[in-house]
Ligand binder design. Structure first.
Ligand code: AMP
Length: 111
């Protein structure tokens, strides 16, 4: 399967990773929408939140537990977590990812 985030998660090039565990990794979005714009992904292929199953939930648990560690490490006190799910919601990479956005005031509701 050709998946850009699986390629990244393989860890061949970790130089811009800001955080990793055995199950997930976090790196800057290539097209940042805020001063802080990170992507947090599982190290296995899960297409989206719609693809969550009991047998992959440990990856999601690990991702959620990683979030406060990442934001603490980067000194971000306010941030937004986004998981675009499905084409109409703006998901362009079909490998589950959380956007972590911060470093500026974020409007609500999002577009
Ligand atoms: P989404 O549109 O919610 O699926 O988010 C996918 C995100 O992945 C977009 O914000 C892209 O800018 C980002 N992206 C795509 N390719 C790369 C890459 N090679 N490295 C870092 N971010 C990427």
């Amino acid at each position: 399967m050709n998946c850009i985030f699986c390629d990244i998660a393989s860890g061949e090039d970790k130089k811009n990773w800001v955080f990793e565990t055995e199950k997930c990794c976090c790196f800057p979005d290539i097209d940042p929408k805020a001063p802080v714009h990170l992507l947090l992904i599982p190290k296995i292929h899960i297409s989206s939140l719609q693809d969550l199953k009991k047998n992959n939930i440990e990856f999601i648990n690990d991702m959620f537990l990683s979030i406060p560690k990442i934001t603490e490490k980067l000194g971000i006190k306010s941030y937004r977590l986004v998981a675009n799910t499905g084409k109409d919601a703006g998901q362009s990479v079909m490998h589950l990812h959380f956007h972590i956005l911060g470093g500026r005031e974020l409007g609500w509701p999002p577009g």
